[in-house]
Design a protein around this ligand. Sequence first.
Ligand SMILES: [Zn+2]
Length: 174
Amino acid sequence: MSMNFHEDPVYREEFITGYLTRRLSADLVEQWESHYLACDDCFEEIRATELLIRGLGEPMVERRLVNDVTVLRFAQGSQLLASSLELAELSNVIRVQKDTKVLIDLSRVSRIDSTGLGVLMNCYCHAVKNAGALKLLNADAPVRRVLSVTKIDSVLQMFEDEGAAIASFGLPQA
Ligand SMILES: [Zn+2]
């Protein structure tokens, strides 16, 4: 497959959209990343498309209330990395909504890096400062390993059962 994105702008746009919505194979992602990170033109293009998708698209973080606990779940497979839009959205959702009892369902999160951990800890501090709590649900093995190595799992309680997690927040305030 040709990686000359500059000859066909429509193709490039479709490719970028596929990349941002994680519909490309790992192989294509790798080829694309090695190109656009070194190409100012494509780098600009991907930022522009990112903003467009963000403005028009479905929310990346689904939010629902169970009793007075906010349960957040990612709408699709996600990565909580420095460069991820879903990480920015997670942080926004928690801050803007001023949720204080928060349960984050990590079942669709495949990777997390130090920025992702930092956002989780920030959100945790924000919740605690407002007399709430932030807990995690259904972390996959790779994510659990990172949480364990960094000892963040000693601060952020983790659950495998949503009912048990909700109950651990205590009774809803009257
Ligand atoms: Zn390029």
